[in-house]
Design a protein around this ligand. Sequence first.
Ligand code: ATP
Length: 209
Amino acid sequence: MIGVFGGTFDPIHNGHLRTGLDLCEALPLSQLRWIPAAQPPHRDTPHADADQRLAMVRLAIADQPGFLADDRELRRDGPSFMVDTLASIRADIGLNSPLCLIIGADAYAGLNAWSRWKSLLDHAHLVVMTRPDAPPIPDEIIAWSASRQARDLDTLHAKPTGAIWFQTVTALTISASDIRARIAAGLNPRYLLPESVAEYISEHRLYRP
Ligand code: ATP
């Protein structure tokens, strides 16, 4: 089963990486694709440009078998809508392979603002990771998800799309915004993200005021 971990990755950090590995082991996944959003539609313009964020993803995952950087959103113009990304992966892998879109509980709480959000399940399963201090889930999403929740992991392997699964992952309160704020304040972000990514940030003078 293939997983898709999309994000702004401004920068990628150990919260992303550890939970990604948790999912590879728990679901399990044969491959996890890390997909930086070129133009994230739901938030402010990222601080690092898309090529820099992709470069940091590549450095972060370089030594982990099964982790793969996917640059398809950088090769497409316009806002990076996840539903288009999933349709494009689905076209590559065929109709029968199970595919899981992975999102954090905070992103899930805002899912109903995503473009064509209900169609995400036409292309993939949705796997929601627990995240400390996640906001409450809107009623519209709870009502939509009720009949789609998988009872067990076998359901995810038995069909290619359409199920929702909630997965407990290692609780790490690391966030990219906190890392950016530390760097802007002249503090050392070490141990919150891979050393190779910290070096890249320092070399390219990213996130400084
Ligand atoms: P920011 O602080 O700038 O909002 P972020 O750290 O949340 O960034 P994103 O690139 O926006 O990182 O997140 C990509 C995905 O990773 C989202 O689905 C988000 O919920 C999830 N995620 C980010 N940090 C963690 C974490 N520490 N634990 C679990 N999931 C996380």
